[in-house]
Each structure stands twice: as structure tokens, then as C-alpha cells.
Design a protein. Structure first.
Length: 277
């Protein structure tokens, strides 16, 4: 099955399942009600000067046709109000309309963080025109990390921020991504698909992986597992996990695809606080 047919099939499956259950539920659509989830992450070998360092994460915006600029602007305002040290964006910026990347990037350029805003690519960015998305971000001064990284140094401690290419449709290369990582600092890895942590966590340098991709399932019914989760997002669908010696956090995302609905799964802005293990 090619990618476009996969999208059509998954959309039909997701929509039909939701509609089949809709008669049993009184829906409270949460698509326009983003929330902030606060998470503490204990990091081994974290320098005292990094105690309390904060990272705000946004993911899976999927601007247009369902997710509108007003929601993204609201999320940017909420994120800036958190006064984060760093902002990371973990992929899937568009869905159907490639030009939406040029509409989105100026909004995201309004994000503020003392140590910058960094991003990685997702599978949907590849399924349209990945070069256009990268260009849109570059024009607004938003660095895109593709199998590369940099040291985030506060003057009193540092960690290595690494960004891997999309694990489904890109050319991810963990060795290349970490080739410039200092030996004595923790690594925070940005990687769109969470289930790849089963592989990345085998590298002991990676203390934290931040992912998205799943939308948290987008529709959660009666405490049951998500109705639908995508390839490479079926194991770690949302929240915090400890895999081998690596922490993984899977963000529920901001936007929607398939059906314009969120139920028991509101859009998420994550504020992660690093603490010494």
C-alpha cells in the first residue's frame, strides 16, 4: 500500500470507528482547548546549574484544513507565558496543504525561549514536500535538526540536543546524529516516532527522547486503549515512559487529522523540567 492509500485507508477506518460509537457518547470536543502538562524528568549526570531547566514541547500541529492558525497562535501565547528555557517542535507541521508551512512558520517564529527554538521533521512533512517545509522554517530563523545536534550550554552546565530525521519516511542516522556529542553530557533526543525508543535507548548516552506522532490516539473511549494509533506509535502512545535507561515523553500533539475531533485527549503543550537524578 502506498503512502497516500495508507492515509485514505486509515482515515476511513478512524472516521467509521468514531462514528459507529458516536451514538453511545455525549461528545465534548476538545480540539480548541489546549492544556499544559507539567512533567519532571530526573536526569543522570545533570550538572547542578541545569537543575530546573525547562523545555517546552509542541508537536503535530498539522495546520489546515482542520487545525486553524488561531489555535496555533493561542498555543504560542500559552507557551511563552511558561517562560521556558528551550522550545522544541517534534514534527508533522502540515497535513494536506504544503503552503500551510509558509503560513505556520511565521506564527511559530513568535515563540520565545532563552536558549532557542529547535525542530525536527515528521512523516507528514515528507509525504508532501519536505524541502518546502525546511525552507519555510529557515526563512523564519527556526533551525531544523536533521541527523545533527548542538550543545545547549547555560554557563553552569550543558546537555546535547540531538535531532534525528523522521524514522518512518526520512533517513534517520543515530550515529551521525550523535557524532559531535561530548562524552560527559546527557543527550536529549528529538525524534518524531516514539516506538523507535526501543532502538535509540540502547545507546546509553540518550537520557531523554521527546516524540509526538500519535496524537495520543486523539479519541479515547471509556478508559480503553486508543481507537487508532499509527505505525511506530502503537506502544508508547502518550505520556512518560522509562525504556532501558532512557526516559521517553510522547506529546499528544496540537492539531488533528482524519476527523476534526478530540475526546478525552486535549491538545497538549508539555513543559518538561529537568532535575538531578
Amino acid at each position: 500500500m502506498n503512502r497516500r492509500n495508507f492515509l485514505k485507508a486509515s482515515t476511513l477506518f478512524f472516521a467509521s470507528t468514531v462514528l459507529a460509537r458516536a451514538g453511545q457518547l455525549e461528545f465534548n470536543d476538545e480540539t480548541l482547548s489546549p492544556v499544559v502538562d507539567n512533567v519532571e524528568i530526573p536526569i543522570k549526570n545533570l550538572k547542578p546549574g541545569l537543575e530546573g531547566f525547562t523545555i517546552a514541547q509542541l508537536s503535530d500541529i498539522h495546520l489546515q484544513p482542520y487545525t486553524k492558525p488561531e489555535l496555533v497562535k493561542k498555543a504560542v501565547e500559552m507557551t511563552n507565558a511558561l517562560n521556558p528555557d528551550l522550545v522544541v517542535l517534534t514534527g508533522d507541521y502540515v497535513w494536506h496543504d504544503q503552503e500551510a508551512a509558509f503560513e505556520l512558520a511565521p506564527i511559530l517564529a513568535g515563540l520565545k525561549a532563552r536558549h532557542g527554538i529547535y525542530s525536527v521533521l515528521g512523516n507528514h512533512d515528507y509525504w508532501l514536500d519536505v524541502r518546502a517545509t525546511v525552507r519555510a522554517f529557515e526563512e523564519e530563523g527556526l533551525p531544523m535538526l536533521v541527523n545533527q545536534g548542538l550543545e545547549i550550554n547555560t554557563g553552569n552546565g550543558s546537555f546535547y540536543l540531538a535531532g534525528m530525521d523522521d524514522g518512518w519516511s526520512g533517513k534517520p542516522d543515530l550515529k551521525k546524529t550523535l557524532e559531535n556529542a561530548p562524552a560527559d553530557v546527557p543527550v536529549v533526543l528529538l525524534l518524531h516516532e516514539p516506538d523507535l525508543v526501543d532502538e535509540t535507548s540502547l545507546d546509553p548516552r540518550i537520557t531523554l527522547q521527546l516524540s509526538g506522532h500519535t496524537h495520543g490516539g486523539q479519541v479515547l473511549v471509556m478508559g480503553k486503549p486508543p481507537i487508532f494509533t499509527p505505525h511506530l506509535g502503537k506502544i508508547y502512545s502518550q505520556g512518560l515512559f522509562h525504556v532501558n535507561d532512557t526516559w521517553l515523553y510522547t506529546n499528544r500533539g496540537l492539531g488533528v487529522i482524519s476527523v476534526p475531533l478530540r475526546y478525552n485527549c486535549p491538545p497538549e503543550i508539555t513543559l518538561l523540567t529537568l532535575t538531578r537524578a
